[in-house]
Design a protein around this ligand. Structure first.
Ligand code: NAG
Ligand code: NAG
Ligand code: NAG
Length: 310
């Protein structure tokens, strides 16, 4: 009964009449009453009929897109000390996108859209259930002992800025940091790097941001993850992605989200990788087919001028 009632309400939202199958006969409507896009003369309406406070975002191709801010989120993946800190062999390309990532986070918050962080954050239970291929993929010396959960020792950083290694050129006193067990929940190496730590901690405290641990490359794998549950509970439909590595954890999370019916938009300039260029080219090619690709700079103006819902 409940479902029929919901359907009877929703059919009034969807343009064009419905056939018995629940699909619209309007050739510009793609999908069913619960999950549909409307093709416009230029671009796409992704709001599923909920146009209140909708925002139009330019896209380099196949746009613009009209999005509903309370169904749309920015997903930041794996921008953790483990992948970025110089003392841990982290990626300089990943560090280079941090200022742009911070700007993008601020713009999404300004437009009333949540920022979702999904990071490696393992438990003892995850270690017991970890498949061999993953343990092998994350070993630092070719043995299983130096993989997930192994103690990563200490590093020396300037007290004034723990995001860089201490050198003879860095100013002031140093401090020694316990890096913690590899990618374990609440360890220092699993924290966001540099300015992103403050962004995450403050955003979560203010309720604009949400944090989700993950135990594989993808934050959306299998029958369900903490992030997927949150997306379902909050009726989210549309996800923007950035982080590292574009061809591994970002791609894994984007692809699983796409498989599960979310709209996926890859933000090129807040994503990076240590992999050869061909890996990024494959992701870019397919992300453009699965959804959209853009740079944060393409949408920044529209996000900044969006009215934040009360
Ligand atoms: C989104 O916001 C609009 C008003 O701006 C409201 O009508 C709608 O119910 C909201 N949807 C959700 C899922 O919160
Ligand atoms: C901090 O550590 C670096 C690298 O070991 C060293 O060169 C520098 O002298 C140290 N600074 C102080 C104030 O101890
Ligand atoms: C983002 O900007 C870079 C540098 O200008 C450009 O090479 C790339 O094609 C842009 N990406 C998209 C999706 O427009």
């Amino acid at each position: 009964m409940k479902l029929l009632y919901a359907l009877s309400i929703l059919v009034h939202l969807i343009p064009g009449s419905l056939s018995q199958s629940g699909l619209s006969s309007n050739p510009q409507v793609f999908g069913n009453v619960f999950n549909f896009w409307t093709k416009l003369s230029s671009g796409w309406d992704l709001t599923r009929g909920d146009k209140a406070n909708a925002i139009t975002l330019p896209m380099p191709r196949n746009g613009p897109i009209i999005i509903q801010p309370n169904k749309t989120a920015l997903v930041i993946i794996d921008m953790q000390n483990f992948f970025l800190h110089e003392s841990l062999g982290g990626d300089p390309l990943g560090r280079a996108i941090v200022p742009t990532t911070v700007d993008t986070i601020h713009a999404f918050r300004n437009a009333g859209m949540p920022v979702l962080w999904t990071n490696w954050g393992l438990t003892e239970f995850d270690l017991v259930n970890m498949p061999p291929a993953f343990i092998n993929g994350f070993t630092s010396d070719g043995t299983s002992v130096k993989s997930f959960g192994s103690d990563m020792g200490t590093i020396v950083v300037p007290k004034s800025d723990p995001s860089v290694p201490a050198t003879s050129r860095t100013q002031g006193a140093n401090e020694t940091i316990a890096v913690g067990r590899k990618l374990m929940r609440a360890s220092w190496n699993a924290q966001p790097w540099g300015a992103l730590l403050t962004e995450q901690v403050q955003g979560v405290a203010k309720g604009t941001d949400f944090y989700f641990n993950k135990n594989r490359l993808s934050g959306m794998w299998g029958p369900g993850t903490p992030m997927q549950t949150w997306l379902q509970d909050n009726s989210m439909t549309t996800l923007f992605f950035g982080g590292v590595n574009i061809d591994q954890c970002v791609w894994g999370t984007l692809l699983d989200s796409y498989y599960k019916g979310y709209d996926v938009i890859l933000l090129d300039d807040i994503s990076a990788t240590t992999s050869p260029i061909g890996a990024t080219q494959m992701v870019d090619y397919n992300a453009g087919l699965n959804g959209w690709r853009a740079n944060s700079t393409d949408i920044m103006g529209a996000l900044k001028s969006a009215v934040k819902p009360k």
